[in-house]
Design a protein. Structure first.
Lengths: 259, 660
């Protein structure tokens, strides 16, 4: 944040700074939950689909909605505040854009899960698609709910009535999110297209690049003459070479000394 | 003002329904059955094994069994399933076809199934590309790179969010086990290959334009609704009815005639480009090809309409008519087409020009239509619109069809064409050659380039318009702008060519030859001199601007009235009879005694000679110059080129004066 050399406004800038930081944290967590929800949704209908997965979906959804409601209060109250300085307003608007986009993604994912639940209703014993997944989404759900481990004790019981009830709740939730997005559009006048992002066009790769799964993917390819250079392989080869050289030098030194 | 979020459009745009999707889903669920479905095997990778891989041949045999069809049909169905995205190949993931060998496939997870309910969003695509870029920089292919840049430009305001979401999805993926992570990556990649196909391929989910109304929705019964039903039924009653024996007979005849020419029903020689990716067929059948194919020539014999609609056929027919000296019919027909389909702003000028060239009494290319049609047309031309020449055009069309067409089919021109027509061999490609062809697909010429070529050709044709050799002077040069079809000429006169370049680089858009015989132009231009720069360059003055031409009409009219010159003499002077009498007619004064070699620029014979620039010493059109030349003018009042053809709707003297 730029240093505001304004004695009068010091307190409120500090307050808004804090509010901004809070907003950022909330939005980040919402984005995280939405990403996890998408991963969980990709398992629906597949061979690892189970009541547990549906339960995890529900929990993630609830968390996302809680976050959404709180962010909404936070942002609308700040954005409607006319006395906000320009740069802070810009930051708020950025957050607002991120918030609305993630809400939209969540909405679509929820709709998809809802309609898939129609087709792949667990109560009716429909054949599930063999999509190659082996594990469920428990780890992802744990990440979403920010708990180190999910509580696996109570497994939900398989009941037709329960499923219908769940579907109706889901419908309500979807419409709730719908209304929320509508309200946001109405109440807060943020010109989306005027918002300027901070980040560069090409995001820097994250620190731990996942070369192994890349290698796995590229092995799938039918490229006869092309050997995908895998970092790991190169490092191994180099190490081997180095070891051989070292061995050779030590041997020669020994021979030199002992002869 | 808020932006309506299209993501949650609640079906406000209705997509033309793809019924195949629901059916494919059913089939796919049947394939999952552990007992009766497709056998799956684990896929062994370097570090791990991933279950549920199926081989291509297993899929095909299951499909052939289930639907009781042969292998080729099963292959088509399988390819469709892969193209839609329900099954994706594990090797060679960009080619969405099913191979009848041991290559591996896997079922797509339902989250990534193709659906029409929720449109595929660019935001998701941007997140996917960003994710891949985050994982490893520089892994994006060229088209993906371009898409990435484009999305960055258009979704700039969301870019922080997109990057954030990409990172979060990446981190969430890392929480999963390694094989699941690989599978999810494969699934997502397959999803995007279907919905954002790489260049040179088509997405099977491309369903065309979207509708504005929901086809399943009940329509409210308003008075408008019933009004529409009433109008529809009334029109159905009024429709002319044909006996079914007649209509069915016509259908049967049509099918019998065209069945050999139909690319679906019979082989397309040399090969169908859509199937084999080899464009020889299109090259052989281009518009301006020298030697047409046999099939094409055969089509011309089916009907006159076929002959005219094929540009190469039209060229041939034009050649024939030229030999028969009845080219004006075809020229008139073409010019009417141009009027019908052309731009609205030039319509008026075009109509005038057409009248002067084809319909007026004594016009240079006078067409022979009966009196009633002529009357209708001329009356219509008072208020010209697009379809004003329809009656005349139909008449000429029927004339050509009944008369010239038959003779054309028996003519040596056509027989020559038939003899020279090419018959290409059928091409047989092996599978590897087909793949090679698919890789070598190139885009065709851009339509802009094609349009330019077309315009150049038309200009060339207009430039080679029949020029009356007897009336030539170096000023009677054609102007290629606003070229109206003129048909061929035998040979462009040599000495007109030097003037062409001058005209070519004029910038002003000349009016069409609205006053083709407008000799008023020269002095008028001098007088009015709207284009300052053209004043210096007499040759460049040839084209005049439209405003000048527009003002010329009333100006010349005024002059005419002043001089008391009747249109009759003008028309007479412009009749074809004059050509023979050029230079010897008593009406024509020796206008330029110092330039006897140059005949007065009588653009009678020049169809498109818009502006003939007259040097000052060649005062051929004294009428138009101002009052100081009163005496000269009076003497040469009957001068030919002095009069313009005034369209009957322009002059105050009604048409009854024409009638020598």
């Amino acid at each position: 944040m730029p240093f505001v050399n304004n004695k009068v406004g010091d307190d409120c800038t500090v307050a808004t700074d804090k509010a901004l930081a809070e907003g950022e944290a909330l939005v980040k967590s919402l984005v995280k939950v939405v990403a996890c929800y998408r991963h969980l949704a990709s398992c629906v209908g597949g061979c690892t689909d189970s009541l547990q997965l549906r339960d995890e979906l529900r929990q993630t959804r609830e968390k996302a909605q809680k976050l959404a409601v709180s962010i909404r209060h936070h942002l609308t109250s700040h954005l409607r505040d006319k006395s906000l300085p320009v740069d802070q307003r810009r930051e708020m608007e950025l957050l607002w854009v991120a918030f609305s986009s993630s809400l939209e993604l969540l909405h679509v994912d929820m709709c998809k899960v809802f309609s898939m639940g129609d087709i792949f209703s667990l109560a009716n014993g429909v054949t599930l698609v063999q999509n190659g997944f082996q594990g469920g989404g428990s780890e992802v759900a744990a990440r979403a709910l920010s708990v180190p481990d999910l509580n696996q004790d109570q497994t939900p019981t398989l009941e037709a009535g329960l499923e219908i009830q769940e579907r109706s709740t889901m419908e309500q939730e979807i419409s709730h999110i719908d209304h929320m997005i509508d309200d946001m559009e109405m109440k807060v006048n943020v010109l989306r297209w005027m918002v300027e992002p901070h980040g560069p066009q090409y995001a820097d790769p994250l620190s731990s690049t996942d070369s192994s799964s890349l290698a796995l993917l590229s092995v799938d390819e039918e490229q006869p003459g092309h050997q995908p250079p895998s970092k790991r392989n190169q490092i191994v080869v180099l190490l081997l070479l180095f070891a051989v050289i070292l061995l050779a030098t030590t041997l020669s030194v020994c021979i030199f000394f002992f002869s | 003002m808020t932006i309506r979020n299209t993501l949650r459009d609640h079906g406000q745009r209705y997509r033309p329904r793809m019924a195949c999707l629901k059916k494919a889903e059913k089939v796919l669920l049947e394939m999952q059955d552990p007992k009766t479905g497709v056998k799956s095997q684990p896929q062994r990778l370097v570090i791990t094994t991933i279950p549920h891989a199926i081989t291509g041949e297993d899929i095909l045999s299951w499909l052939a069994d289930r639907f009781q069809v042969d292998t080729q049909e099963a292959r088509n169905v399988g390819s469709m399933l892969v193209a839609l995205g329900y099954i994706y190949p594990l090797q060679d993931h960009k080619r969405l076809v099913i191979k009848p060998d041991a290559s591996l496939y896997r079922f797509q997870t339902p989250y990534f199934w193709p659906t029409q309910q929720w449109p595929v969003e660019d935001t998701d695509y941007a997140i996917y590309l960003a994710k891949r870029n985050i994982r490893k920089k520089g892994i994006l292919e060229l088209h993906e790179q371009e898409q990435y840049n484009r999305l960055h430009k258009w979704m700039n305001h969301k870019w922080d969010f997109i990057v954030m979401q990409a990172k979060e999805q990446y981190r969430a993926a890392k929480e999963r086990k390694k094989p699941d992570r690989v599978v999810f990556d494969c699934q997502e990649r397959a999803y995007w290959v279907v919905h954002r196909p790489p260049p040179g391929t088509v997405s099977a989910m491309d369903y065309g334009l979207e509708r504005r109304i929901e086809p399943n929705a009940d329509e409210t019964k308003t008075p408008d609704f019933y009004e529409r039903i009433m109008i529809f039924t009334q029109q159905s009653i009024m429709r002319p009815r044909v006996k079914s024996s007649v209509s069915i007979g016509a259908l049967v005849k049509y099918c019998a005639t065209y069945s050999n020419h139909d690319p679906f029903l019979s082989k397309c020689l040399p090969s169908n480009p859509w199937l084999t990716d080899d464009i020889t067929y299109w090259n052989l059948n281009m518009t301006n090809v020298e030697i047409p194919t046999k099939m094409r020539v055969e089509r011309w014999t089916f009907s006159f309409g076929e002959l005219l609609s094929d540009p190469r056929g039209r060229d041939d027919f034009r050649l024939f008519l030229k030999k028969e000296f009845s080219g004006e019919n075809l020229a008139f027909w073409e010019v009417c087409e141009d009027l019908k389909w052309g731009a609205a702003e030039t319509m008026r000028e075009k109509a005038e020009q057409i009248y002067k060239t084809f319909l007026a009494r004594g016009a240079p290319r006078w067409i022979n239509i009966d009196g009633k049609t002529m009357e209708i047309t001329v009356n219509g031309l008072k208020h010209p619109h697009r379809y004003v020449l329809d009656a005349a055009q139909t008449h000429i069309y029927m004339l050509m069809k009944k008369d010239s067409y038959g003779r054309y089919l028996k003519s040596p021109v056509f027989k020559d064409t038939v003899k020279k027509a090419a018959c290409p061999e059928e091409q047989k490609f092996t599978d590897t050659q087909l793949e090679q062809n698919a890789k070598n697909r190139r885009p065709s010429l851009s339509p802009i380039v094609l349009r330019q070529q077309e315009q150049e050709q038309r200009a060339k044709m207009a430039a080679n318009a029949p020029v009356d050799i007897t009336q030539l002077c170096r000023f009677t040069t054609p102007v290629p702008h606003l070229a109206v079809y003129s048909g061929f000429t035998d040979s462009p006169p040599g000495h007109t060519s030097p003037s062409l370049p001058f005209l070519a680089n004029t910038t002003a858009c000349p009016s069409p030859i609205s006053v083709a015989l407008d000799s008023t132009s020269a002095s008028e231009r001098r007088v009015e001199a709207s284009e300052g720069e053209e004043a210096e360059n007499p040759e460049a003055r040839a084209p005049i601007s439209r405003n000048v031409s527009k003002s010329r009409m009333p100006l010349s009219l005024r002059r005419l009235l002043k001089r008391g010159c009747t249109p009759a003499t003008m028309f007479a002077s412009l009749s074809p009879k004059y050509h023979s009498a050029a230079g010897t007619s008593t009406r024509i004064k020796p206008i330029c005694p110092d330039q006897p070699s140059q005949a007065p620029p009588r653009r009678i014979g020049n169809f498109f000679q818009i502006k003939v620039d007259i040097p000052p010493e060649c005062r051929i059109y004294p009428i138009e110059s101002e009052d100081e030349d009163e005496e000269n003018r009076a003497s040469s009042r009957g001068g030919v080129g002095a009069k313009e053809i005034i369209c009957p709707w322009e002059s105050l003297t009604p048409q009854n004066e024409i009638g020598q």
